[in-house]
Design a binder for this molecule. Structure first.
Ligand code: MRU
Length: 368
């Protein structure tokens, strides 16, 4: 994606040269939309902090970041003991998105059998490969999802009797910023916009961290896609008014049976979509599917983040400074579950890099 006419990915590296150390660069997402800052990550601990504090976030991106975390670890100490300890720490840094575990296991499988001397170089090459693959998966999701938007647009013409704008609602940020590039839920929207279709996106603000209001709106604006930020509670009303043609969200973990775990509040959108016969799709690259589990409610660990993310809101003050303000009484407490599970029965389909599957047929995707 272009930011001020320059192409960026969300994460990239300077590989280690003969006698130098490799580094990783990220876009610090805690500063967006008010400042575009690039941060250099030079060791494993800094990468763990970046993942925990959500300087990098989004399931595919934290997978890529974890792979780079192991590359950074291998240039600190390539011993078996450090490799395993680094892998354990990375896996624990955020528990819900399966991409992180997937990337760490892939790196471990490759690195563990190697002699210590060759681990560093191989780890950097594999992390780059994981990033490049992520971009290709997301581009394929974009092409498959484009057909859904074309279909929704034809449906809207039939119902409303005119060539209308296609309104797509999305939750959280499952775009360019949540992946290495392109995005998952936003990939079909970018593809439709680039093909000249008239699309408009309803962007859920996505409390408590406001990934919709701060990040999705920012990247849609960078790409020139028409969009409107709405409060988290507005989606159901808009659906009742016939103003939503399609819902597309991302996912942090999808079971083999099609239960979709995604940012907190996704489930409520799925319920409203079901009640209003609005198609509800999740865009999911295969590293987000956990083939080992069948029941999302029973088997997926939901991350609970600090209650201060609910108690406080961050924003730009009139003097241009970033400020945090408390929005609940001093006497009140808060809790902060970061994800929820939408049962497969509420999911119309899953857009993968291999095509679109109903939840019941998702296991067909495993053959690829
Ligand atoms: O807590 P976050 O911001 O990492 O949560 C992100 C989401 O829930 C996304 O929808 C999901 O990771 C899919 S990203 C392609």
């Amino acid at each position: 994606m272009l930011v001020k006419s320059q192409h960026y990915r969300t994460i990239w590296s300077k590989q280690p040269l003969a006698n130098g150390l490799g580094t990783v660069s990220i876009i610090d997402q805690t500063k967006l939309p008010h400042a575009f800052e690039i941060k250099r990550i030079e060791n494993l601990q800094a990468m763990i902090v970046a993942i925990k504090t959500m300087q990098v976030r989004g399931a595919p991106l934290i997978g890529a970041a974890a792979a780079y975390g192991l590359a950074l670890a291998m240039q600190e100490d390539a011993s078996d003991q450090f490799l395993q300890a680094a892998a354990d720490q990375l896996i624990q840094s955020r528990p819900t998105a399966v991409n992180l575990n997937w990337a760490v296991q892939r790196m471990l499988k490759l690195l563990a059998p190697l002699p210590e001397l060759s681990r560093n170089q191989v780890a950097w090459a594999e992390a780059v490969k994981i990033c490049d693959e992520d971009v290709l998966l997301n581009q394929a999701i974009g092409q498959h999802g484009l057909s859904l938007i074309e279909h929704a647009s034809q449906r809207a013409v039939k119902i409303k009797g005119q060539a209308a704008v296609t309104h797509i609602l999305t939750h959280c940020n499952a775009g360019w910023l949540a992946t290495v590039d392109v995005g998952t839920a936003l990939a079909p929207i970018y593809a439709a916009h680039d093909a000249g279709m008239n699309v408009h996106v309803w962007v859920d603000e996505t409390r408590p961290r406001n990934q919709g209001a701060s990040l999705t709106s920012w990247e849609l604006a960078q790409h020139g896609v028409p969009h409107t930020v709405i409060s988290d509670n507005a989606g159901g009303h808009l659906m009742q008014q016939g103003l939503v043609d399609l819902v597309i969200v991302g996912a942090d973990r999808v079971t083999s049976t099609g239960d979709v775990c995604n940012k907190i509040g996704t489930y409520l959108k799925a319920l409203a979509a079901f009640d209003n016969q609005v198609p509800f799709y999740a865009a999911v690259p295969s590293p987000t599917i956990d083939w080992n589990i069948t029941n999302g409610l029973a088997h997926i660990e939901i991350e609970y983040r600090h209650a201060d993310e609910v108690a406080y809101m961050q924003g730009l003050a009139a003097d241009g400074s970033l400020q945090s303000v408390r929005v609940i009484p001093a006497e009140s407490t808060a809790i902060n579950p970061a994800f929820d599970v939408t049962p497969a029965r509420l999911v119309t389909g899953i857009i993968t890099e291999n095509g679109i599957f109903t939840p019941a047929k998702l296991n067909l995707n495993q053959q690829y």
